[in-house]
Design a binder for this molecule. Sequence first.
Ligand code: SF4
Length: 417
Amino acid sequence: MSLSTGQDSVAMASLVPIPEMDGVRSPLPLGEGLGVRASEARAGAASFVDRWRELEWDDIGMQIRAKTTRDVELALASPRRTLADFMALISPAAEAYLPQIAAEAERLTRQRFGNTVGFYVPLYLSNLCANDCSYCGFSMSNRLKRKTLDAEEIERECLAIKARGFDSVLLVTGEHESKVGMAYFREHLPQIRRHFSALAMEVQPLSQADYAELKTLGLDAVMVYQETYHAPSYARHHLRGNKQDIDWRLATPERLGRAGIDKIGLGALIGLSSDWRADSYFVAEHLSWLERHHWQSRYSLSFPRLRPCTGGLQPSVVMSDRQLVQLICAWRLFSPTLELSLSTRESPVFRNGALRLGITQMSAESRTQPGGYAEGDKEELEQFAIHDARPLGEVADVVRQAGLQPVFKDWESFLGR
Ligand code: SF4
């Protein structure tokens, strides 16, 4: 399916059904030995953690389900949409308005971002991890061949990525403080930076001082997905390691803001909790809080759905394609300036269809294992199976056929950073 016009977008939006909800939220105590992290999470000023503790998961879910068609119409008509409007736009009541919501999402996206889609690619540096997450192939208890790239291997990987045409990379590692912590980043970031005009990271949450230091080495953006804002689900899926400390993770975006990182990526992993609508609302609360307190940074958002991985986990809720379209469009209406990213977790058909509806960033040809570009696919090393394996050229052609320009480089370092 190709959505090359606004009408096509509306056609994509006139697809499928509805989900169910549940959830009990309880305060989660900090893990053992995490006192230092906790004190930094709360150092000084206000923290989103405090706001998060005030929000009642079940109540949020009920409020969303109680939204009416009138609420949806008011949200659609509003010139400046609120959190209550976002609730209405992701509600079951909004499903009947998907064509209008999609048309408005497309209009706002073109108005703010023009006819462009940026391309990036993940560069997996290591699959070592000291955490156990029920949904991830890199979990320490999985019997997986472990690999961390050295300087020579990184160089080969960078050259292989450049040869494919990418100029923006997302560095990914498992969370392993001693093997792929600050010492590793200090050593290798400058080397990688020399090859690319934009550098993002998706690694273990770090301190404010560490982020500030990485910024001086060329770091532009950090993605730190909360996975789920539902404390019991978070505890159920994070079984061992530092990631069990939900407060530390929740406060990571604000540490990034204080460190002056240019772009901060948020998101929840859809399918971990059984209420994707409530989780999405919590992300919206988080974004609103950050935009108020750290307005100098830009924000981006992803909406990953659980994919098969080593040790496989069934999603608690299956979100349909139609519901994901609704969510993407609701985000655009709520925040016209937010970057929305769609990865190769999604199928070619879905990515082609959703392209014009709010998406501003796409990955392509992704390998989710260290060494995947220079040495070829090695399934036994990968984090999860991707769904869209098309080469970059093919995806870029689809973007052009949709009337958009694929953008590989949008910044020159001599312009300052
Ligand atoms: S999700 Fe991240 S922290 Fe959890 S096992 Fe995978 S790489 Fe490690």
